[in-house]
Design a protein. Sequence first.
Length: 148
Amino acid sequence: MKVQTLVPALALLLAGNAAQAAYQLNLSSALSSQDPIVQAMESASEAIAQRSEGELTVRVFPNSQLGSDEDVVEQIRSGANIAILIDAGRLSEYQPELGILSAPYLVEDHTDYDQITSSELYQEWVEGLADSSGLRLLNYNWFQGSRP
């Protein structure tokens, strides 16, 4: 093999290995960039990049920049490297039981969600969602204010 052929091949191999070392996750939200939840996502993104020494970056896309929630869910189901902040009502299309989590006045206090999300029944719903749709619900512990 000629050196002229080997050098570009090694360069591609090294570049390929370097590209695999870093990971990026796109995070979609329909909320505006001024929303406290999106601001918290931005802060978390910075902390993740810092703590992982640049090996993991999270790019936050507010204002439905990646598409409507439904479109982004379909992108995820097709293998796109995206996570989405979404309500359980939208996930109920794939796992009907999850819809109950969006019910008004379901709990007395937002901390009561811990009892629900730590239950065996809830875990069955989460696994059912993953099995039937390929969507993995990471958590349901965000709080966006009380209803009057």
